[in-house]
Design a protein around this ligand. Structure first.
Ligand SMILES: [Zn+2]
Length: 140
């Protein structure tokens, strides 16, 4: 089983048919957001990131994080590019703080899996919660 008791990944695969369909409308772009940590109180992301198992440099990562950076700015949460190296259980995070080219100067740090998990929990503690009564009982 992949996931948690509340969210089980049943197939182990993305729905690639839907993904392919979403690439067909002309004049529209599509984005599959990667799994992000969600605040259990307000049901909003505490951060957004683009996660890839390859990294072709800071500019490449920046360009592959455009949707995430834009959405994070609207939500008022941090944005990251994560270079995931599962064979090493290592996560290289590049922080984006609303920087635009050409002033872009990324900050990258590496975490092994258990430190990465603790780091995410710290981000929840720093999250500015926007819980409203209408959000309190919703689950997905
Ligand atoms: Zn919250």
């Amino acid at each position: 089983m992949v996931g948690t008791k509340n969210n089980v990944e049943r197939t182990g695969d993305r729905d690639l048919d839907f993904s392919a369909t979403m690439r067909k409308p002309k004049g529209i772009r599509a984005c599959d957001f990667d799994v992000v940590p969600i605040c259990p109180m307000c049901n909003l992301p505490i951060l957004l990131w683009e996660v890839k198992r390859q990294n072709k440099g800071p500019l490449w990562a920046y360009r592959h994080s455009t949707y995430v950076r834009n959405m994070a700015r609207i939500l008022g949460v941090p944005a990251y590019f994560v270079y995931h190296q599962p064979e090493l259980k290592r996560f290289d995070l590049t922080s984006y703080k609303g920087e635009d080219l050409p002033t872009f100067s990324p900050h990258t740090f590496s975490l092994r899996e258990e430190v990465f998990i603790a780091w995410i929990e710290k981000q929840q503690a720093k999250h500015v919660c926007r819980k409203t009564n209408s959000q309190s009982d919703e689950t997905n």
